[in-house]
Design a binder for this molecule. Structure first.
Ligand SMILES: Nc1ncnc2c1ncn2[C@@H]1O[C@H](COP(=O)(O)OP(=O)(O)OP(=O)(O)O)[C@@H](O)[C@H]1O
Ligand SMILES: [Mg+2]
Length: 265
């Protein structure tokens, strides 16, 4: 029996139409994804790298059902994403979740952490108030935050702490596939390492599958089992990080590696 991949993307296409205003065309049409195919086995991490504008966020948003692709197919745990999306937020939100780049702006400033983390428990899991408190405490502990912080507001947190809340929110509904779009890019380097360690630990403990997007090759090398390199909406090369970064096949991958700033002369 062959193992079904947790995520399977086939010939994915996304075109954003041109936008027009009274003053003419304000934004040209963009073919953001061109026949993108990839698969992620359960329990593994696929890293996605590529320069700004190559389509990474577009891919991530298609994967979690936030935007509709123009063509191709996405299956998560063997089910088409369109079918999950049509079945409603519960089906989708208990299967695949998203962690955003900017932790603070992704958390509602007027809600306490308790309210933020309670929402997926109430609306996606259907957990009653009686059971929620213990689960909230468990979620906070699982991302190394004090349960007493539940009554704080997002602005009372550092960037790293806020991203831990973002991660806890993604875990709350028990989804096993997590799409992380530049999850540590907004954090200080020392904090990046802590959050990456936490992600590795959570993945092991909960058997999670990650799609991990970053423009930072060192971060992807540290966390991914397999890497896909994207350029202008296409996957130009895939491979395990050690092979890919030491002996890149594609000229674009070579250029990407060469463009990493270094202090060594
Ligand atoms: N809502 C939208 N409407 C029109 N064009 C869009 C939209 N979102 C993204 N694009 C365009 O699609 C292309 C891919 O954008 P996307 O945000 O997916 O890239 P990215 O790889 O995530 O870039 P970055 O590294 O800067 O986050 C870009 O040319 C972008 O301008
Ligand atoms: Mg992006």
């Amino acid at each position: 029996m062959t193992m079904q991949p947790a995520v399977e993307i086939r010939d994915l296409e996304k075109a954003y139409p041109a936008r027009f205003s009274l003053f003419g065309q304000t934004r040209p049409a963009v073919h953001a994804l061109k026949r993108v195919s990839m698969a992620v086995p359960a329990g593994r991490t696929l890293g996605i790298v590529g320069e700004s504008g190559c389509g990474k966020t577009t891919l991530a948003r298609c994967l979690v059902g936030l935007i509709r692709p123009s063509g191709g197919a996405i299956q998560v745990e063997g089910r088409p994403i369109a079918e999950l999306a049509a079945a409603g937020p519960k089906a989708l939100g208990t299967t695949v979740q998203y962690v955003f780049q900017d932790p603070l702006s992704s958390l509602n400033p007027r809600k306490t952490i308790r309210q933020i983390l309670s929402a997926p428990l109430r609306f996606l899991v259907g957990m009653g108030a009686g059971d929620r408190e213990a689960r909230l405490v468990e979620l906070m502990r699982s991302v190394d935050l004090e349960p007493t912080f539940l009554d704080r507001y997002p602005h009372e947190f550092s960037g790293g702490q806020a991203q831990r809340v973002g991660i806890a929110r993604a875990l709350a509904a028990g989804a096993r596939i997590i799409v992380l779009d530049e999850p540590v890019s907004a954090l200080d380097v020392s904090v990046q390492v802590q959050v990456l360690r936490l992600l590795v630990d959570l993945k092991r403990r909960h058997g999670l599958t990650y799609v991990f997007i970053s423009h930072d090759l060192a971060v992807v090398e540290a966390i991914a089992d397999e890497v896909a390199v994207m350029q202008a909406g296409e996957v130009v090369e895939t491979g395990p990080p050690v092979r890919l970064f030491q002996a890149p096949d594609h000229p674009y991958t070579r250029r990407l590696i060469a463009s990493v700033p270094t202090l060594a002369s």
